[in-house]
Ligand binder design. Structure first.
Ligand SMILES: [Zn+2]
Ligand SMILES: [Zn+2]
Length: 747
């Protein structure tokens, strides 16, 4: 409880099940229906229907044929209402076993139906026929929502004059602090959206930060969540592995959430899913590769058979009670990225996801600009567009342009080639592999995420490299240096990654040697510059030739620059605009860009995480209040149990070390029996400080002996006394403040 309140959660909020990484335990906390669901599935001894669908497409890509497009049987709008589970089973192509050659690289690309295909919310049943109501299933853990019912009944204030910046982060419904007539602060409770003519946007992450993207769209009693990403910790978050969004608001509104709609498979969009699905087990909708990457995570967390995954394709529409969610093809530095059009009776929202406009993408699949234009003609109420590159003028280069550069570099390389890049940039890997094969080099993939992604991407047909061109890292000794191209993780200088270990000579199988050419095909994410630079220095010192962004064009961005953003604005012509995905300065520049495109200033809001933004044709775009948002720190298997106090302790320890005092006293008489002994770590160099510690020990001994006669002094008092005296003593002599831990044993 203590740690939770450190996280800003008020006491008494125990209704919510705590996140559990132990699957066995966690399952009990999900609530009955989840268990039932899981049982049902295991009885069927098959994967959930939708996931079968995900794998039901033409199987392993072993041919060097063009990337196949997974087309479900063409449907027309007359089939609206077909149950998803059925449609998926209708699919003609059964799952090809791993390793089988795909005979028919579908030439069906032209057959892509112009009509958006509509799907009902997928439903689960034993037989695959639509028997159960999906919303019921979506409501699995209900206990956590009871509180919101109670809090909603609270009294509304008499005076609604808002206090300056009076919004508060709070559990339960949207709350704003207002000052009543007596001048006291009171809570004004903003009811859930009941306005038929308004749709709400509530970003829970991704604003004024890079990472943990998550946005809630609310229309009446329905909510959907766009993306569920993680963020990498900042320097001062010692020992923290990842940071995920605080989803208290979602837990309080569990019944209303219809699903996660994921735009693409980058960590800042899917990384928090395995943690948050443990609390909010609602269906996940995403395209095939995105789901493939999500699956890897769910398996690692033992959640795979507990989550309902639904594969969608661009142009698919998911019909909810009020909202319809349409997936629109975009380009990005990962295949299968989509924007979302969210149709509501109050108007349409478009969320771009991360995108660029690549007119010559490696897979030939250009962003569906025509659909953006069509929707623009129909009238778009609000546009949420990413802002990552809003400061950069011009256009982002096509991914294809760097393929040629790789060939050029490969031609000049005499020894091994080692390329570090993001494993999720499948098209980059494809181009590197093509260059390698062309030069008669074998492809070797190393690093855990690289191996995972390459496996999934090849299996699903997004990456086509023939088996004979791939070797395992154990086999590299059997080939000459000029026959090797090693693709590895670590382009961001991540401490445990394969490239970093190579640069420090700690990789078990790959030792960097003179003659090696190492290419860093990436751009350091803000905050990683130092470690990338260190890696480059180490590689140079080991004698390698190092090629990186500053030297050659070996990287292009996956995000839209100004001209591309403008094009989307011009096509979509939204009434209101919300810049998302970026630091505040990116959002700000993007909002100015939108104004040059004719959107009135009052029709733009630059929100913060947690803001409740109301969009309505009549009433304009307004910030109504704020819901709780924030970050939850994940340290190993502990989710949210490391709060500010733990972090402060870690910082304290890292700066001045620790000093433990151990003594044993008689519990009756208080007489000192043994000790005191002083043990220190990270405080002073022991050999030189023996005198200091001996003096400290004598001081503590004196305190203990002085206290012997005084039975009224409790052990706690004694400990505090020792701590204080020792702190002053050590500070006077060393100007340091180590953490002091007195341990007094009574026997
Ligand atoms: Zn992103
Ligand atoms: Zn992305």
């Amino acid at each position: 409880m203590r740690n939770r309140s450190n996280n800003g959660r008020p006491e008494g909020s125990q209704t919510t099940p705590k996140a559990e990484t132990n699957p066995a335990r966690a399952r009990n906390e999900y609530g009955e229906s989840i268990q039932a669901e899981a049982k049902k599935r295991s009885r069927r001894s098959a994967k959930p229907a939708a996931v079968e669908g995900a794998e039901g497409a033409p199987g392993t890509a072993k041919t060097s044929a063009p990337k196949p497009r997974r087309q479900a049987p063409k449907r027309t709008t007359s089939e609206v209402g077909v149950q998803k589970s059925e449609t998926l089973q209708e699919k003609p192509a059964p799952r090809a076993p791993r390793g089988r050659k795909r005979v028919d690289p579908p030439a069906a690309e032209a057959a892509a139906s112009a009509e958006p295909k509509e799907l009902q919310p997928p439903q689960k049943s034993r037989t695959g026929s639509p028997t159960r109501r999906a919303p019921r299933a979506a409501n699995a853990p209900q206990a956590a929502t009871q509180k919101s019912q109670d809090t909603r009944r609270r009294r509304a204030p008499k005076d609604t004059k808002p206090v300056q910046d009076g919004t508060v982060h709070h559990r339960g419904p949207v709350v704003r602090m207002v000052r009543n007539q007596e001048g006291h602060n009171e809570e004004l409770i903003i009811q859930n959206n009941s306005d038929k003519d308004a749709v709400r946007v509530i970003p829970l992450g991704g604003l004024d930060e890079i990472g943990k993207n998550m946005t809630v769209i609310e229309y009446r009693e329905e909510m959907i969540i766009v993306d569920c990403g993680l963020k990498f910790p900042e320097d001062e978050m010692l020992g923290i592995d990842i940071v995920i969004p605080d989803v208290t608001f979602l837990e309080d509104n569990l019944k209303r959430i219809k699903g996660f709609f994921i735009t693409h498979g980058h960590e800042d969009h899917i990384g928090a899913l395995p943690y948050i699905l443990k609390k909010i087990n609602v269906p996940v909708y995403a395209t095939q590769l995105t789901l493939g990457l999500i699956e890897i995570k769910l398996r690692e967390h033992g959640l795979f058979d507990k989550v309902r995954l639904h594969v969608v394709k661009p142009k698919d529409v998911i019909n909810l009670s009020h909202m319809k969610v349409e997936f629109i093809k975009t380009n990005h530095s990962i295949p299968d990225a989509c924007a979302l059009a969210i149709h509501t009776p109050a108007g349409m929202l478009i969320h771009t996801g991360d995108f660029k406009i690549d007119l010559t993408p490696v897979d030939g699949d250009v962003i569906d600009l025509a659909r953006f234009a069509e929707l623009g003609t129909q009238g778009v109420l609000g546009l949420l567009a990413e802002s990552t590159n809003a400061e950069r003028p011009g256009y982002t280069q096509s991914e294809r342009t760097i393929g040629r550069n790789f060939e050029k570099i490969f031609l000049g390389a005499k020894g091994r080639i080692i390329v570090a890049t993001f494993s999720s940039n499948v098209h980059r890997l494809q181009q590197i592999a093509q260059a390698a094969v062309k030069m008669g080099r074998k492809c070797c993939f190393t690093g855990r995420s690289m191996e995972n992604v390459v496996g999934v991407a090849r299996e699903l047909g997004y990456l086509s490299i023939e088996d004979r061109h791939i070797i395992s890292v154990d086999d590299i000794k059997r080939f000459r240096d000029d026959q090797l191209c090693i693709m590895t993780t670590g382009s961001q200088g991540e401490p445990m990654s394969a490239l970093t270990r190579m640069s420090m000579g700690e990789h078990r199988r790959i030792k960097i040697q003179p003659g090696d050419t190492v290419i860093l095909s990436s751009h350091p994410i803000p905050g990683n510059e130092k470690s990338v630079s260190r890696t480059i220095n180490y590689l140079y010192k080991l004698g390698a030739e190092v090629i990186y962004e500053a030297i050659e064009d070996v990287h292009v961005s996956g995000h839209a620059c100004q001209e591309e953003l403008k094009l989307i604005h011009a096509l979509v012509k939204p009434k209101y605009f919300i810049p998302v995905h970026g630091e505040y300065r990116h959002q700000k520049v993007h909002s100015e860009l939108a104004q040059t495109m004719g959107i009135a200033k009052e029709n733009i809001i630059i929100p913060s995480n947690g803001d409740v933004i109301d969009l309505s044709q009549e009433k304009g775009i307004r910030t109504l209040g704020r819901v709780r948002s924030g970050q939850v720190l994940v340290d190993g298997s502990g989710v949210g149990d490391v709060g500010n106090v733990v972090l402060r302790d870690r910082k304290h320890l890292s700066e001045d070390g620790i000093l433990t005092v151990v003594a044993t006293i008689d519990s009756e008489s208080g007489v000192l029996i043994a000790g005191p002994d002083i043990i220190s770590r990270g405080f002073v160099y022991l050999k030189e400080a023996e005198g200091l510690l001996e003096n400290a020990r004598r001081m503590v001994q004196r305190l203990l002996i002085e206290a012997e006669g005084d039975r009224f002094k409790s052990v706690d008092f004694l400990k505090n006394n020792i701590k204080e005296e020792l702190k002053n003593f050590l500070y006077q002599r060393t100007k340091r403040k180590p953490m002091i831990l007195p341990v007094i044993m009574e026997i």
